[in-house]
Design a protein around this ligand. Structure first.
Ligand code: UD1
Ligand code: CA
Length: 453
């Protein structure tokens, strides 16, 4: 089958310089959602009709399986499909989707495709409480569709019809070119309506069938920021309920946002206001506290992530303890039973089995062995203003509080670093390292006092 996605419209009511179909829903442009759904149906040709903001839209899509047709002037949905026809395979049906209708499920589209087969004209319709603004499905006494009338062209009787055109259709392709070429724009909006093709199909003796989606929200489009926000909530609720169905405990399904793919094992619990982005995998028995942001990460079984922890591009093993207020940046790799506590930042560094950095620390570009204890206020000085260097700390090292490690530097196995040490030379196995300092106490000191004006 061919799939055509209409995405030329300008989206004036978004009040934005960004083309409408590029506005994000769940972190992805609206159009990406439609393209992803289209791909699950394995089309032989996939064509996006671009017009308003065409360059930006082409750039965002940039995939080898997608072709583009330009519609320089938006003269109507029929005119838009006409631009794609030369790119279609005439021997298979064509499904038309909308770049601003992001949540249609493949199962609903499949139902429409099954109803239409290879030789019928299919329209996805839905019966709604308030049909205002939509095209109405007009049927004869036998219940057969005879035409679709737009709101602005409808008679008072037709306005009473509650079955509406979602806009999504499937049509045999061979006659489509001729049908589209014969469209007239003598209607209330002066546009070439795709909806008028139904009448051409009937004249040509092609059966018109309809199918309905599982849920009404699948057919909702985005014309404004209000509708965008509403569909975001619909999508997030769907994701949250799917997680609950899969056995994940959510403190509140209305307070979780998944902008990407979240995969959870058994007995995972997630507190309120967590945001998951990109690809996140969470193993069994993980508990996540409130207000965590986790992006492109893998978390091992039995790990506990406390409140306000940020994780990006990092992996944590099993039974790790993170946070509250921990930050794992790209390339952080924590082995099993590691602890990273409050106000500790780890970047491009490995932390071995059972190693702990519990307070106020920066670990960047470092390889840290097992059972290392890193005291509060430890800093790896990894950057000289031009280049970055690594710090290596071997197993069983004790790093005293307020230590600076000036990279490149290696600290041997079992070393003890005294509190307040600046380590700028390698330290051999088992040694104690400290900087000589003097503590002076004086009893002749008088604190300054404020002068009276
Ligand atoms: C269309 C249908 C209407 C249906 C409604 C469902 C027609 C004539 N009407 O109306 O029956 O109930 O969708 O939401 O088809 N577009 C282009 N080029 C154009 C015009 C539109 O690419 O020249 C794209 C838009 O970007 C949008 C889609 O087609 O993605 C629908 O266009 P829109 O103007 O919103 O159609 P409606 O008037 O809502
Ligand atoms: Ca619309």
């Amino acid at each position: 089958m061919n799939i055509v996605i209409l995405a030329a419209g300008m989206g004036k009511r978004m009040r934005s310089a960004l083309p409408k179909v590029l506005h994000p829903l769940a972190g992805q442009p609206l159009l990406s959602h439609v393209i992803d759904t289209a791909r699950t149906l394995s089309p032989t040709r996939l064509v996006v009709v671009v017009g308003h903001g065409a360059e930006k839209v082409r750039e965002m899509v940039g995939a080898p399986d997608v072709q583009f047709a330009s519609q320089d002037k938006q003269l109507g949905t029929g005119h838009a499909v006409q631009q794609a026809v030369p790119l279609l395979d005439p021997s298979v049906p064509t499904l038309v989707l909308y770049g601003d209708v992001p949540l249609t499920r493949a199962s609903s589209l499949q139902r429409l495709l099954d109803a239409a087969g290879t030789d019928k004209y299919g329209v996805l319709t839905v019966t709604v409480d308030n049909p205002t603004g939509y095209g109405r499905i007009v049927r004869n006494a036998n219940g057969n569709v005879t035409k679709i009338v737009e709101q602005k062209d409808a008679t008072p009787d037709q306005l009473e019809i509650a079955e509406i055109n979602t806009g999504i259709i499937v049509t045999p392709t061979r006659q489509l070119e001729a049908w589209l070429a014969s469209l007239k724009n003598n209607n209330a909006q002066g546009e070439f309506y795709l909806t008028d093709v139904v009448e051409r199909a009937i004249e040509a003796g092609v059966d018109v069938v309809t199918a309905q989606p599982d849920a009404e929200w699948e057919t909702l489009g985005v014309n404004s920021k209000v509708q965008l926000a509403e569909l975001e909530r619909v999508h997030q609720r769907n994701v949250a309920y799917a997680l609950l169905e899969a056995g994940v405990t959510l403190a509140d399904p209305a307070r979780i946002d998944v902008r990407g793919t979240l995969t959870c094992g058994a007995d995972v619990s997630i507190d309120v206001n967590c945001v998951f982005e990109g690809n996140v995998t969470i193993a069994d028995n993980v508990s996540i506290g409130p207000n965590c942001v986790i992006r492109d990460a893998s978390i091992g079984a039995g790990t506990r992530i406390d409140a306000y922890t940020h994780i990006e591009g990092a992996t944590a093993g099993a039974k790790v303890v993170l946070g509250p207020y921990a930050r794992l940046r790209p390339g952080a790799k924590l082995s099993d039973e590691a602890h990273v506590g409050n106000f500790v930042e780890v970047k491009n560094a490995t932390l071995g089995h059972g190693s702990k950095a519990n307070h106020l620390t920066y670990i960047g570009d470092a390889d840290i062995g097992a059972r290392v204890n890193i005291g509060a206020g430890t800093i790896t000085c990894n950057y000289d203003g031009a280049n970055k260097f690594r710090t290596v700390i071997e197993d069983d090292v004790f790093v005293g509080s307020d230590t600076q490690l000036v990279a490149p530097v290696r600290v041997g196995r079992g070393v003890t670093i005294a509190a307040g040490t600046t380590v700028w030379k390698d330290v051999g196995e088992g040694e104690l390292v400290l900087n000589e300092k003097t503590q002076i106490s004086r009893n002749d000191y008088v604190r300054p006092t404020k002068k009276k004006s």
